[in-house]
Ligand binder design. Sequence first.
Ligand code: PLP
Length: 417
Amino acid sequence: MGPASLRSVYPGPGGFDPKEVKREFPIFANNPDLVFLDSAASAQKPRSVIDGTAEYYRTDYANVHRGVYRLSARSTERYEEARDKVRRFLNASDRREIVFVRNTTEAINLVAQSWGAAFLREGDEVVISELEHHSNIVPWQLLRDRIGIKLVVAPIDATGGLDLAAFETLLSRRTRLVAVTHMANATGALVPVERVVALAHRHGAKVLLDGSQAAPRLPVDVQALGCDFYAFTGHKVYGPTGIGVLYGRFELLSAMPPYQGGGEMILHVSFDKTEYQEPPHRFEAGTPDIAGAIGLGIALDFIEELGRENIREHEEALTGYGVDRLAQIRGLRLLGAGQRRLGILSFDLEGVHPHDVSQVLDQHHVAVRAGHHCAQPLMEQLGLSGTTRASLGVYNDEADIDRLAEALKAAREMFLR
Ligand SMILES: *Cc1c(COP(=O)(O)O)cnc(C)c1O
């Protein structure tokens, strides 16, 4: 499980061998025929995360930030060490900028309900895009219903990427926040977030980036990006479910009221008045998912050991191979993903419903997603009820894409004889 053994498996500069990486994921030994192409919904877990989490329960488990006894101190140390790993993973400048939450969904709801409710007024505008996951739409609609903000939607262009020119025209003095995805989960479109941040800041707006799909695939540097908030979810970066991260600039987090009240987030409580902790603890009410945070830290170690540039190159190469391979299948139309696509192949097979496609693929042990991918407004915009989506992870290789292509040909023949 230790880093030393991992390093010998994954040589550095030449990239890694996905076949070797696959051996680190017990799910494949237990499901020998499985071709797993649904990492965009949730990634599989490496042995180090599974065993490391169990090991924590066996050796260091106790509640955090409370006990004066040694075991609790050790548990607290491991929980806070996980926070340091997240800080490094995002290159945040201060560990207090890292808040543990349940997932991306909770991170965005926290910003909407805390920052949004405290600092936005009726008529203020929040700009999102047509590429968003429901998690980055519905929290803003709830806030709209609560305080009367205006939700503005930036369109995609004909290629399926964010229409930057149109986006720019939507920005004004009324724009207080731009909340967009770093990478679209339904199509794999990479959003030029550096440009988005620069344009938004020029208009005095804050920027929240949804990094759910980018965090597992790209190096992310929140200082270089200059964003104000960044959210990602543990289960898509090869970590456990139930844990996620909100990064927020310290100055912003310090000014924000608590999101939920309870234990862990207070300094002093009386029935008249309660004093709150500083960030991040102010936003971590109640006993946190301690084991989840530690497991997430181990998952980030795993990613760093593979090398984030190596992962990006692996996904780029495999995405390119997939695009070529799918282009050979008659009647298959790949959804546009703008200037840059990464790790996701979302498509329509003429005359066959996505659920039927995925069922036939499942008979060939190829696991893909079918449906609207929690992006119903985008699907409507594209004139589709849904698509079939194959998404990549560090354990996939060309043979998996070949199996996908063969199964798709079988599906086509079955339905279009
Ligand atoms: C998966 C995903 C989410 C939601 O993640 P949860 O873990 O379900 O909260 C949000 N945005 C994008 C782009 C996603 O891919």
